[in-house]
Design a protein around this ligand. Sequence first.
Ligand code: AMP
Length: 593
Amino acid sequence: MSSAPTPTDPTAFGGPDDGGAFVDLGLRAELLHALSALGYEEPTPIQREAIPPLLAGRDLLGQAATGTGKTAAFALPLLQRMPDGRAGGDPVALVLVPTRELAVQVSEAFHRYGKDLGARVLPIYGGQPIGRQLRALDAGVDVVVATPGRALDHIARGTLRLGELATVVLDEADEMLDMGFAEDIEAILEHAPQQRQTVLFSATMPSRIDGMARQHLTDPVRIQIERERPVAGEAPRVRQSAYIVTRAHKPAALGRVLDVESPTAAIVFCRSREEVDRLTETMNGRGYRAEALHGGMSQEQRDRVMGRLRAGTADLLVATDVAARGLDVEQLTHVVNYDVPSAPESYVHRIGRVGRAGREGVAITLAEPREHRMLKTIERVTGQRITVDKIPTVADLRTRRLELTQAALRESLLEDDLEPYRVIVESLSDEFDLMEVALAAVKLAHETTLPGAAEEEEEIPQVAVRPPREPRTGATGRERRPVRGHGGGTTQVFVGLGRRAGVRPQDLVGAITGETGVSGRDIGSIEIADRFSLVEVPYALAEEVIAGLRGSTIKGRKATVRRDRDGEGDLGDRRTGGRERRSDGGDRRRDQR
Ligand code: AMP
């Protein structure tokens, strides 16, 4: 099944006493090497469970959300099963995903893992020039990662041939069904060889997914990445909160949150060694005393780092799960998850490091918008609430800093021997008012106790995720909100009814303006496809529009309504076979793409 891997560093693929390492899963040396280079220290639970049966050629039905490491769980075995030295030829694997964003992400993951194997991976999705895709397909590929609509286009043209497929993966199958891709997927599978491996991943398992699995999977291994609740009473006293923030703003958000929380000692968990190193450097550059701790370090190095944290010469420890195993720091007040952990148990384990011995601890999670679902899963499994908070603003931070300075001064007034400084105050008081002298002293104290205060001015965008609908007032039960324009950017709302249901742009506008305080002027482009529609609205109004549409009927029917996955719409892709985009013909709601 695999050539014997020869890792040079035994800790590279997981420590000696961990729950299993990549090397134990039967992966070949080239893949182990790529994982080590990426700084992955050990497999996530889904990888541990899925990789061996997939390597053995079994079909698999997996329930797992984004952030669990499911991409590597199917990509690694698929790369390993790829015949060596293929030149030219049709793909041996096809991965279907719901959005172009995911197509790009998944194919990048394949590239990263399959570099040493020379795997040729091609993402294909709507909206991308077809010429480039044709040339790449013509030159020969091993793995195609595609959105269903565009895949079907290529199949119809004869440019994507599925005769050599050994594996088909349906990733985020529930999302694909939600987006109306069921028929496209059926049509694609009809073109795939009967004898093949089929893998289906879905975050939820509604009966439609079950039906799909029964029809297309043969004796599948079933995996569910959600475990039993931790025993009641085991739960530590921890205040748990999360901030939704885009990847690019994470370092700034982390800094802001740390400044407001001012922990005695904090540990920040990252997924990989590489991320640990990068973040440690970034945080040191931002004026924090951060130390890295990861599985690639010698015991002596690790002891030194721990010593500095205990002595208070470091205030932040940036670590991987593996490296932090068995770590016990008295002073620890805060645990930060730089990403949402890949499994609820891991979350529970991490936050268990604070809130001991009756002291209150704080657990903070920085989640990307797409990881919001995973947070919900953790809440469900742990039975504890994670409050989604707004990232503190620059003004919050200033207030907090002044409070800290005031507290420090109060402590000094109560505790310190201030006599040596009397002479300064006395001599200055000849020249200045005592209040003025005190103000200048406070300013200096403020600046020296809180360095870096001046540079922390960057704005961190707040990302909204489904807040509860606002109460309304007035006789009609409605309240006009000020028109906010498109200053905060726009997003698209997906409505699961389209032309086949007779939906026209004016129906959508009518439903929105009739049900919400949103005015027609706030609505941007409207695109109507056969089975769904996309409505562009200002970011700030999206939740209101979604809530309004969910509460109403369109053409007498209830529709699935949610924020569009990739925020850009993928209409060119989802619309195959002559379905086209339409504007309402009005002056404003014209297609803007
Ligand atoms: P996914 O659930 O596939 O979207 O993966 C979520 C993230 O976890 C990606 O950024 C991966 O690079 C990362 N990841 C996947 N497996 C591991 C692992 N075993 N160790 C560290 N990071 C991982």
